[in-house]
Design a protein around this ligand. Structure first.
Ligand SMILES: [Fe+2]
Ligand SMILES: [Fe+2]
Length: 138
């Protein structure tokens, strides 16, 4: 049973972005399992690292797309992404404090991701649709 389950209701309708969101959830599950199996600290650290890099890449792609479609709230959305990246460093700190602080930090991160997709990412997709840009290539 995975730690977090992807939910179809999170699909935004832009394939490349949806795929990345799903990939992020997969990484969270891999990370959770690595932690639960008492894997070497380095393995878990590598997973956290991979997730941070994946997030950076995803945020960059989203920001490029928002710039491309002229989404007016791009600066605010960018700030949210930056705040999230800080949260991943909380995860790194929690690693040193043991399993339950780490799980708690991971939960917080998943909650953030879930809310961000449903409440924030959906806004630039809606903007694209409203402006007839929904068919923009991935
Ligand atoms: Fe996103
Ligand atoms: Fe976003």
């Amino acid at each position: 049973m995975p730690f977090v389950q992807w939910d179809e209701s999170m699909n935004l309708g832009k394939a490349s972005i949806d795929q990345q969101h799903r990939g992020l959830f997969d990484l969270v599950n891999i990370l959770y399992e690595a932690m639960g199996s008492k894997a070497e600290a380095e393995v878990v650290e590598d997973c956290v690292d991979a997730m941070s890099r994946y997030c950076l890449e995803h945020f960059r792609d989203e920001e490029n797309y928002m710039a491309l479609i002229g989404f007016p709230d791009l600066p605010t959305h960018k700030e949210l992404h930056q705040a999230f990246m800080q949260q991943t460093s909380v995860l790194v700190d929690a690693l040193d404090q043991g399993q339950s602080p780490f799980q708690e930090a991971l939960f917080a991160l998943v909650r953030w991701l879930d809310e961000h997709i449903r409440q924030e990412d959906v806004r630039y997709i809606q903007f694209a649709r409203d402006n007839g840009l929904a068919a923009e290539p991935d």
